[in-house]
Design a protein around this ligand. Structure first.
Ligand code: AMP
Ligand code: MN
Ligand code: MN
Ligand code: MN
Length: 283
C-alpha cells in the first residue's frame, strides 16, 4: 500500500438528516469539502434515501463519494452496527431488507415516550418525532436532542448516561437485522461490509472474537479502527484485531451534528501503516 493511501483524508462514516444527523445530505457534503475530506461516504442508519442527493452534491463540489449505509443488527442479544460501502442504492434486496429493519422504530419510540412519562418526563415522543425528518427513522438520537433542548439534560452524553440505555428510563430493547442478513444485503448490492465502532459494544474478549470470526466467515471484509468512538487505546486494540483476523481497516468520524463539538468531519487519526485501508477499493 502506498503511504499516500494511508494519508488520504477518507471519512467513510457520517449521518445526514435523512436518519439522525442534523444536516441535509447536500449541506453535509459541503461541510465535508470545507473540512478537506478527500473521499466521503454517507452512511445513514437503515436507509439509502439520502445517497442520491449526496452523490449529486459531491459531483458538484468535486468530492470523491462512496454510497453507504449503516445497518442496525442484533447479534447475541447485543446491538451492533454494520456499515456497507460502495453499495448500489437501487438494489432491490438491500432496499427491502432496510425497509424491514426500519419497521418498528415508531412503535419503539412510542414505548420509549411512555417510559419517560412514567419517569416524570412528558411529551418526549411528540418532541422527538418533531425533530426526526422521517418517522420511520425515529432514533434515540432524536430523543436525546429533545431532552437536551428542553433542559432535562445538559448534553447528549448525559442523556445516554441517565436515559435511553439498558437499565435506565426510556430504554426499549429492540430486535434489529440478523448479522448474516445485513452482510449479505450489502454484498448482494455490490458493497463491502465493515463492522462499525467495535469499541462501543459491551462484549468481552471471547464474545468479540466470536463476533469477528462470524462476521469474517459471512463475508465481512473490514472493521473500523479510526473512529471518534474509539480512544487511542481502542484504536490500537482494534488495529491488532484487524491484523489478527485478516480484516481491512476503515476510518470515519461518525459525524452527526455541528453541535457535537468534539466530533468533526475528516477529523480522525490516520490508520497505522501496517493495516490495509478498506478504501483501496474506491480510491
Ligand atoms: P437507535 O438506532 O435509535 O437505537 O439510536 C442509536 C444512535 O444513538 C446512535 O447511532 C448514536 O447516534 C446515538 N448514540 C447511542 N449511544 C450514544 C452515546 N453513548 N452517546 C451519544 N450518542 C449515542
Ligand atoms: Mn446515529
Ligand atoms: Mn453506529
Ligand atoms: Mn453511525
Amino acid at each position: 500500500m502506498s503511504p499516500a493511501l494511508h494519508q488520504l483524508n477518507a471519512d467513510l462514516h457520517a449521518h445526514s438528516s435523512v436518519s439522525d444527523g442534523a444536516l441535509a445530505p447536500r449541506a453535509l457534503v459541503a461541510r465535508a469539502r470545507e473540512r478537506r475530506v478527500e473521499l466521503f461516504a454517507l452512511t445513514d442508519h437503515d436507509t439509502v434515501d439520502g445517497v442520491a442527493e449526496a452523490q449529486a452534491a459531491a459531483l458538484e463540489f468535486g468530492l470523491r463519494f462512496v454510497a453507504g449505509v449503516e445497518i442496525s443488527v442484533t447479534w447475541a442479544g447485543e446491538t451492533v452496527h454494520v456499515v456497507g460501502l460502495g453499495i448500489d442504492p437501487a438494489h432491490a434486496a438491500l432496499r427491502a431488507g432496510l425497509e424491514g429493519v426500519r419497521a418498528g422504530r415508531l412503535q419503539r419510540g412510542r414505548e420509549m415516550g411512555e417510559q419517560l412519562a412514567r419517569a416524570g418526563i412528558d411529551g418526549a415522543f411528540d418532541g422527538a418525532l418533531a425533530l426526526a425528518g422521517n418517522p420511520d427513522l425515529l432514533s434515540r438520537t432524536h430523543f436525546a436532542r429533545w431532552l437536551v433542548h428542553t433542559g432535562h439534560c445538559g448534553d447528549t452524553r448525559e442523556v445516554f448516561r441517565r436515559y435511553l440505555v439498558a437499565g435506565r428510563p426510556g430504554y426499549v430493547p429492540h430486535r434489529w437485522a440478523a448479522l448474516a442478513d445485513a452482510v449479505h444485503w450489502i454484498g448482494d448490492a455490490g458493497g463491502v461490509a465493515v463492522l462499525a465502532h467495535p469499541g462501543r459494544y459491551r462484549l468481552d474478549e471471547t464474545r468479540l472474537d466470536a463476533l469477528l470470526s462470524e462476521f469474517r466467515a459471512l463475508g465481512g471484509a473490514a472493521i473500523e479502527v479510526a473512529t471518534s468512538n474509539h480512544g487511542r487505546h481502542e484504536a490500537k486494540r482494534f488495529a491488532n484485531h484487524a491484523k489478527w483476523f485478516g480484516l481491512e481497516a476503515s476510518r470515519g468520524s461518525d459525524f452527526h451534528s455541528p453541535d457535537d463539538g468534539d466530533v468533526e468531519l475528516g477529523r480522525v487519526d490516520h490508520l497505522p501503516s501496517a493495516l490495509v485501508p478498506v478504501w483501496h477499493r474506491f480510491a
